[in-house]
Design a protein around this ligand. Sequence first.
Ligand code: HEC
Length: 153
Amino acid sequence: MRKAAAALLMLAAAAAQAGEAGRRPYLMGCVGCHGEAGVTISQKVPDLKDQIGYFLHLPEGRAYLVRLPNVAFAPISDGELAEMMNYMVFTLGGSSAPRDAKPYTAAEVGKLRKQPLTEVPLFQYRSEIVERLIADYQAPEAMRLYGQGLYGQ
Ligand code: HEC
């Protein structure tokens, strides 16, 4: 019993540490636009808070988050990028990720960041994913706020 409790405590400590490590690069490079809690002006910068995890329902959604140029080109290592992704998805995202979602690994983000979405209209690309998340995975309609009043919407 004690052993199990100690093991759980260690796991919790490791998770907290991982979260902390992922928070650092986020605060350095992303907080100006996305805000400390993952919300600024929802129409101009998509909310991460309580929303970003929904993208993990779809493989292309999971990939999209890393392939965004701001993310793919962040000046950090693959390991740091994976920690930052996990901080965004599992901490800022609250309970929005699917229950069985696997954390990002360094190998996975290393591969994805080599295919940055530099050649596609990002707003449209995102919209198509978001509409599927709302229709099929009970994602909140607030995910449509981003872009309202912009892009002729
Ligand atoms: C200059 C403002 C700005 C900065 C800096 C920025 N972002 Fe973004 N971010 C945006 C905008 C705008 C979008 C919407 C998609 C697009 O047009 O790129 C976005 C989209 C995202 C998304 C997808 C959310 C969704 O719902 O589509 C993630 C994840 C993300 N950014 C993470 C980051 C990370 C991590 C950093 C720091 C390395 C970062 N961003 C820096 C403005 C910014």
